[in-house]
Ligand binder design. Structure first.
Ligand SMILES: Nc1ncnc2c1ncn2[C@@H]1O[C@H](COP(=O)(O)OP(=O)(O)OP(=O)(O)O)[C@@H](O)[C@H]1O
Length: 264
């Protein structure tokens, strides 16, 4: 599979605090890559550096072989869609109007979205089972509904690379599975490289192809989920003893062992 997004030796500090300490990665097209790591390990910062909205102190990011520094923000947005963790109440628009904003990277400076753009926006809402929200005010929908709308916005961007920061945040049980399944299908059908920061290793085991284990700004494991998500690696990543139960397709379902003992 072709490399869609690559970074080499990325270093990033918030003030004097080093957050990313020499990250080198290659993320492939048609591949769902999950980034796992404890709170504060640097997942969001990494996604922001990969998208170029945060500039690394040193190191490089290449989109399909082109250095991100040589691209305008609009050119980057034609390749990468980013769904951030927070979804603030800032849009006094309908959900459909928010979703169609995902077409902005493909419109001229004074061009307004056209029939095709609105058609794509409606299709994206249908794909995520939230077409009924199209005419509702974005500020009057729930956190989970907002998350689905912003994911629809990323879908209409039809980018080669999708960066998702905790995409299942706020989503109910059914929608978590629906969304991750759609993302997996998208990878397969449209050659998209998906890179998602995730908190649930079991969801990553179910849906992701590859995994990046990030601990305190350093990568200590990367590769196919079933190869890398071993009990030993999960213990080390989450700094707890885990129990690994047999799970689908020769995978494992991880639970902190002390929790099993307590509730047992
Ligand atoms: N704007 C900021 N200013 C200063 N430090 C920050 C800022 N944003 C994040 N940090 C620090 O950088 C580190 C990495 O944060 P980051 O948000 O990338 O982690 P994360 O793995 O995404 O965490 P979480 O899983 O909790 O969302 C943390 O120690 C955090 O406190």
């Amino acid at each position: 599979m072709a490399v869609a997004l690559e970074c080499r030796n990325l270093f990033f500090s918030h003030g004097n605090t080093p957050v990313l300490k020499g990250i080198s990665l290659a993320m492939k097209s048609s591949t769902f890559t999950a980034i796992l790591g404890r709170n504060g390990s640097g997942k969001t910062t990494l996604l922001h550096c990969l998208n170029g909205i945060r500039k690394a102190n040193s190191g490089t990011v290449h989109i399909k072989g082109t250095n991100i520094q040589t691209l305008s923000r609009k050119q980057v947005a034609q390749h990468i869609s980013l769904v951030i963790q927070e979804n603030p109440e800032v849009f006094p628009f309908t959900v459909l109007d928010v979703v169609v904003m995902g077409r902005a990277p493909f419109l001229g400076a004074t061009q307004v979205p056209g029939t095709r753009d609105y058609k794509l926006a409606k299709q994206a809402l249908e794909t995520l089972d939230v077409a009924h929200l199209a005419e509702v005010n974005f500020n009057r929908i729930s956190g989970g509904e907002r998350q689905m709308a912003l994911l629809a916005c990323a879908l209409v961007q039809t980018s080669d690379i999708m960066l998702l920061d905790e995409p299942t945040n706020h989503l109910d049980f059914k929608n978590q599975y629906l969304l991750l399944n759609k993302i997996k299908q998208l990878c397969r059908q449209s050659n998209t490289a998906v890179v998602a920061a995730m908190h649930d290793p079991n969801m990553a085991m179910l849906f992701a192809d590859e995994v990046i284990l990030l601990k305190k700004g350093v990568i200590f494991g990367t590769g196919p989920v079933r190869k890398v998500m071993t009990k030993a690696n999960m213990d080390q990543l989450y700094e707890t003893d885990t129990t690994a139960l047999p799970f689908v397709r020769d995978g494992h379902f991880f639970i902190p062992t002390d929790v099993i003992e307590t509730i047992g």
